[in-house]
Design a protein around this ligand. Structure first.
Ligand SMILES: CC(C)(COP(=O)(O)OP(=O)(O)OC[C@H]1O[C@@H](n2cnc3c(N)ncnc32)[C@H](O)[C@@H]1OP(=O)(O)O)[C@@H](O)C(=O)NCCC(=O)NCCS
Length: 166
């Protein structure tokens, strides 16, 4: 666990530090259902959603971005009370509690924003670290889309929809 980590709303000034590690995660194509050739400007537009969407960064004492998350309204109308969220942690800083802290923060903020549930739409089943983390934060696998994700190394693998009430 990092001694000094702050989670705050991201600003456009944070973007270069975010994209520096986000690009590798997107290009790898192992964990995100984004096109692997997504450009920086496309990624920036997707990662900063309109309100009530939010974008967060986890920064260390020097202000270095360690990880980032965003949350969005997952549905509209009668299901508008369900949020969704996405997470990327700099692999150089993974395994030190950044993802867990971002997850806890996003769930708490969504609850404060009045959302009644959180749904993760596309958790690749081979992403065992993420699945274990989200389970430990109270999300359950509601269903798994068979062969829902084409992994560059493992081929077609399952894609979980994970959910918890807030
Ligand atoms: C998934 C991800 C967000 C986790 O972030 P992180 O900062 O590495 O996670 P944490 O350090 O908070 O660890 C969370 C859990 O992962 C597990 N974990 C940590 N390091 C691990 C490792 N080297 N190997 C396997 N599991 C590990 C532990 O179970 C840990 O739980 P604990 O808090 O009880 O120890 C991050 O790896 C990431 O950005 N991956 C690429 C993008 C991605 O997969 N996003 C999520 C898509 S659903």
């Amino acid at each position: 666990m990092l001694a000094a980590m702050l989670i705050r709303e991201a600003t456009p000034h944070d973007w270069p530090g975010m994209w520096a590690f986000m690009e590798g995660i997107v290009r790898a194509g192992e964990t995100f259902s984004w096109d692997r050739d997504t450009t920086e400007s496309q990624a920036g537009r997707m990662w900063f959603p309109e309100p009530p969407g939010r974008t967060f960064v986890a920064v260390n004492a020097e202000g270095t971005v360690l990880g980032t998350a965003n949350s969005v309204r997952n549905h509209g109308g009668g299901a508008a009370h369900i949020a969704s969220a996405s997470f990327m942690v700099d692999p150089r800083h993974s395994g030190r509690g950044v993802g867990r802290a971002l997850g806890e923060h996003v769930l708490e903020q969504a609850r404060k924003d009045g959302f009644r549930a959180m749904q993760f739409n596309a958790v690749v089943e081979t992403n065992t670290r993420a699945v274990a983390l989200w389970r430990s934060l109270g999300l359950d696998v509601m269903t798994t889309l068979p062969a829902g994700f084409h992994h560059p190394a493992h081929g077609y693998v399952g894609l979980h929809i994970m959910y918890r009430r807030l």
